[in-house]
Write a protein that binds this ligand. Structure first.
Ligand code: SF4
Length: 146
């Protein structure tokens, strides 16, 4: 089994109610057993919702360690929701043991290697989203999909 960020499969779970359909990924994974995951939805956030970013200067690792927050563009603190979603996805991963987890690049949840920088200016920086970080810390194989 492989896990895939739900928005990459064309499901409308993005903050704005849209998706990040990647048809080439769907073709690549033909024949695989797929589980679609959306950590932000698992954490109880609505669709649509305000976009969120990990605060400036911090990363998913800081959020997990209690040294950083995830803040929505409207100013609300959504750190707990992001942590809750990450933990739920980790539980699913421990149960189903996916051989690979494909996650949407740049997201404050799913981003792996690159995330938005916390300014809501469209700028990116090195780092992992909260869920990607937790899965990597637990030894799962994660691949970023831009
Ligand atoms: S990037 Fe991750 S958290 Fe964001 S909509 Fe896609 S699956 Fe959900």
């Amino acid at each position: 089994m492989v896990f895939v960020s739900k928005c990459l499969w064309g499901k409308n779970c993005k903050y704005n109610g849209g998706n990040n359909l990647r048809t080439e990924l769907i073709k690549e994974l033909e024949g695989e057993e797929i589980m679609l995951i959306c950590p932000e939805c698992e954490g109880g956030l609505a669709i649509p919702r305000a976009p969120s970013e990990i605060e400036y200067g911090k990363s998913g690792a800081d959020v997990i360690n209690g040294n950083g927050k995830v803040i929505a563009k409207n100013g609300s603190d959504v750190t707990e929701e992001f942590l809750c979603g990450a933990k739920k996805v980790l539980e699913l991963a421990k149960k189903h043991l996916p051989t690979k987890i494909y996650l949407k690049q740049s997201s404050p949840s799913c981003g792996c290697g690159i995330i938005y920088d916390g300014t809501f200016g469209g700028n990116k920086k090195s780092g992992n989203g909260v869920t990607a970080q937790l899965l990597l810390e637990e030894g799962f194989s994660v691949e970023a999909v831009d």
